[in-house]
Design a protein around this ligand. Structure first.
Ligand code: FES
Length: 345
């Protein structure tokens, strides 16, 4: 294996005091360090699961269903993978990686280079997709989108909540973790597209129900369809996690295409962000470090507290309520209305 880090294990907490770490965001306790790949297993066509342990032998941070880790590749790129093993296991983490031939190369690198005994650089966990308490859950997973749902199902089961899972994929052999799901009997409906066609979302979701939360992860087409079916559900009932950014929201006027001035209050500096440059890049160019990962507005790494100014939100992560609160933004994609922002950086 080509190891992204041949250095000694380096596990360090990333707290809010870390330089450039935004405050008031959805991060919990994070760490950045080296993990060893204890096991690599093919779990479906083009899907491998990796069992990881801290190379230092220390316990791994605790996490909650929906959490993901960043895998930092030797190229410097980072990719997010949902944790999908047992939540209480602080000795091991499990992720599953789909080889995406048309992707940006991260998943292919992992498939081609990561072997048992090798090491990976990771950071996290972070949770943008938390499971909220409810008496009933409807889970919809498409393809590798099953991964964050596995620990959610375990938690819903442990809480004795009522739940059902509708799991789709191209073919049965492309769908990971079917043996694990079999034990749940009729609560799990497996619908490979080559045998059953498109998922019957209307039949599965039924009518809006205030006691039910819907959790969906999968390809954009599936998420868009579930969003359409849940349009009449109560606000907050539908919870989604995307792999790729949704279509970028267009500004209501052309102010977002003007240069903006961004004051970094904690750093005591102000940067001018021209059209075509992200706030993130402008901040980095000013020498102020900020965590970032996807640079597409989906992972939450760069979430930053907003002290003044009106945000032009262009991300695919924040909820409508979070956008309306105007107190946080994803600076890799979002900009400003009104030409000026003050950030807690
Ligand atoms: S870097 Fe991922 S949301 Fe900004």
């Amino acid at each position: 294996m080509t190891s992204p880090s041949a250095t000694a294990p380096d596990t360090r907490p990333l707290g809010s005091a870390a330089a450039g770490t935004p405050s008031g965001t959805r991060r919990g306790t994070e760490f950045e360090g080296t993990v060893t790949v204890l096991a690599r297993q093919a779990v479906a066509d083009d899907v491998v699961s990796l069992e990881l342990a801290a190379s230092s032998g220390e316990p791994l941070p605790v996490w909650q269903p929906g959490a993901h880790i960043d895998v930092v590749l030797p190229t410097g790129a980072t990719r997010q993978y949902s944790l999908c093993g047992p939540v209480g296991d602080t000795a091991h983490w499990r992720v599953a990686v789909l080889r995406e031939p048309d992707g940006r190369g991260g998943s292919q690198w992992i498939h081609d280079h990561v072997e048992e005994g090798g090491e990976l650089r990771v950071r996290g966990p972070r949770n943008n997709f938390p499971l909220r308490p409810a008496t009933r859950y409807l889970f919809v997973g498409g393809g590798i989108g099953i991964t964050p749902l596995l620990p959610m199902i375990a938690e819903a089961d442990a809480a004795m909540a009522e739940w059902s899972l509708l799991y789709g994929g191209r073919t049965g052999s492309s769908m990971a973790f079917l043996p694990e799901l079999e034990g749940h009997g009729e609560r799990v409906t497996v619908r490979p597209q080559d045998k059953h066609g498109l998922l019957d979302l209307a039949g599965f979701l039924g009518d809006p129900d205030p006691s039910t939360l819907v959790y969906c992860c999968g390809p954009a087409g599936l998420i868009d369809a579930v969003e359409a079916h849940c349009a009449d559900w109560p606000t907050g009932a539908l919870n989604i996690e995307r792999f790729a950014a949704a279509a970028v929201r267009q500004p209501a006027d052309d102010t977002a295409e003007q240069p903006i001035e961004v004051e970094l209050r904690a750093s005591g500096t102000t940067v001018t962000v021209p059209p075509g440059l992200s706030v993130l890049k402008a901040v980095e160019q000013a020498g102020v470090p900020v965590l970032s990962s996807c640079e597409e507005g989906i992972c939450g790494s760069c979430e930053t507290s907003v002290l003044e100014g009106e945000v032009d939100h262009r991300d695919s992560l924040l909820t409508e309520d979070e956008r309306a609160a105007n107190d946080t933004m994803l600076i890799c994609v979002s900009r400003a209305r009104g030409g000026r922002l003050v950030l807690d950086l």
